[in-house]
Design a binder for this molecule. Sequence first.
Ligand code: TRP
Length: 455
Amino acid sequence: MQPELQHEQWSSRLTFIFAAVGSAVGLGNIWKFPYMAGVSGGGAFVLVYFFCAALVALPIMMAELLIGRRGRLSPPRSMERLAADGAHSRHWKKVGWIGVLAAFLILSFYSVIGGWATAYVPKFVAGTFRGADAAAVGAEFDAMLADPVTLFIWHTIFMIATVWFVARGISGGIEKAVNFMMPSLFILLVALVIYAAVEGDFAKGAWFLFHFDFSKITPAVVLAAMGQAFFSASVGLGTMMTYGAYLPRSVHIPRAAGTIVVADAFVALLAGLAIFPIVFANGLDAGSGPGLVFVTLPLAFGAMPGGMLFGALFFILIVFAALTSSISLLEPVTSYAEERGGIPRRVLAVVIGIVIWALGLFTVFSFNLWADVHPLGMIERFREATFFDLIDYATSNIFLPLGGFFIAIFAAWILDRATSQGELDLDDRWYGVWRFIARYVSPVAVAAIFIYNLS
Ligand code: TRP
């Protein structure tokens, strides 16, 4: 064995919380949650999402953090090391590989959407949306998507920014930025909810989000809500395992995980409460898909005094929220590569970034040149799906739950009790609760939702 590489550690409990909340809170909350809720029937989706966040994402996040902190390495190697310690199969390492693959795929499209958000900052600065009506705002968005060169450029810029931070290691710049950006995002989001309450159709928006129409709970909606719970909390591919590997012993994992999951779900909810009242007040289609926030928010800002300034500010904050998440997608792969030794982190981050950037072109062209390419068109469910739709679907609905399933099994069935209880630092009763959920509830829920969807 070659000498093991020692990774950096978080400088404090708080920096870890900021980094982990920064990872969880991102486009998944502000872009994906509202449009998924809109497509999947509102309250039914939201309710199932909350259940999955509490009973699936939270226990698996605890599992990831404990495996990471005990293994102290990237996901494949932490799994390998802990499996070897207990004389278990070396194949557990492969769970880490599922995560590496998922990270490549997610970041490939994440960077493109992050690019959209970045592109909106100069649009606000230029006053593009001042006084614009729904049709004009929609046309602006459609025109952006139709232009592959524009998407290409912004995707490239976003990817360069992601690589830049990861190449430097995170403690230097990003932690400081996040300290300031995350609270600002939160405050502006609350302000926007108040605006939506005053100017929008708040009652209808809230009704849409919270009215649980059980007839709308179909297998597809349940799968989508579970996928969203994984995606939004950054669980299932090893992001939290990687962040756990840098975690000081003094941090209490269950409390930290609870904080992260609650903060994440709360921001998603606020985003929904900011967006749907505007959707309904303007007669927009809640189920219009990935463009939802890019149409509703400019509409709201366009009608507000000082809206161009606030709009630019708000989109800058979205970009930062997205960057603290995209960094956490590149970090697990980079740390894995780094452990092989010899090649410096900067070089690795750049090379991996280029590969993911190239993969991202599939998403770039999904909205224009290849909009009519439906690779799985022979399957009814994917008849109209573009490359982007398929990558998005496969990662959230297959890779993350699958990774999470095995992580739960590993932590709660394979690892010995002394290890997991020691890392979680829970008394027998609460440890028992976690282990019961991680052994039975989470994996069974994932498996059941999978099987239910196949039939
Ligand atoms: N959770 C982030 C968001 O909501 C995206 C993200 C970052 C992620 N790291 C992840 C998703 C790991 C799944 C797994 O935008």
